[in-house]
Design a protein around this ligand. Structure first.
Ligand SMILES: [Zn+2]
Length: 166
């Protein structure tokens, strides 16, 4: 619920979302809010603030995030997972922890982005592409990934399968 989290300063990352109580693994945390959905071709017409808080829904459309959900930061070892607008604990979270998700879950542009998450697995940059994740992480994230990513995963798996068979 929204009272279980707060948005505050997250140091070099700007603002972040923090837990106000502990969450068990798998526990629902809060729902992100979409102000509106825009075709990707219209992104240039958005305000700078709106462009900073976009979530790609698929290859053609993005959602403009409002409220706390707009301030969820990325981590290469996230403690939360998002599926659609639902955010839940991926690992146990303690009161006071910053809540983070992995931006690669729904990413496809391949853009490189500087990462300040500081976790052990972090190399300092991320490639915004689900398929840049290692195979085990792809399998773990897949059930929560948007449909267009799941479809591409299946078609890549089939292509690999037929390459092996020939
Ligand atoms: Zn990182």
């Amino acid at each position: 619920m929204i009272g279980d989290i707060e948005v505050r300063d997250a140091g070099r990352k700007g603002k972040g979302v923090f837990a106000r109580r502990g969450f068990r693994r798998g526990e629902f945390i809060f729902r992100r809010r979409h102000a509106r959905v825009v075709p990707n071709s219209a992104i240039r017409s958005l305000t700078r603030e709106e462009r900073r808080h976009l979530c790609e829904l698929d290859r053609d459309r993005s959602a403009v995030l409002v409220g706390a959900g707009a301030f969820l930061n990325h981590s290469c070892e996230p403690n939360a997972m998002r599926s659609g607008t639902t955010v839940f604990a991926w690992r146990p979270i303690r009161a006071g922890d910053e809540i983070t998700i992995d931006y690669r879950l729904n990413a496809f542009t391949g853009e490189r982005s500087r990462c300040l998450c500081g976790t052990r697995r972090c190399t300092g940059t991320i490639r915004l592409d689900f398929f840049s994740l290692d195979p085990a992480t792809q399998r773990a994230y897949l059930p929560y990934a948007p449909a267009f990513i799941r479809r591409e995963y299946r078609s890549r798996a089939r292509a690999k399968g037929s390459a092996r068979a020939s």
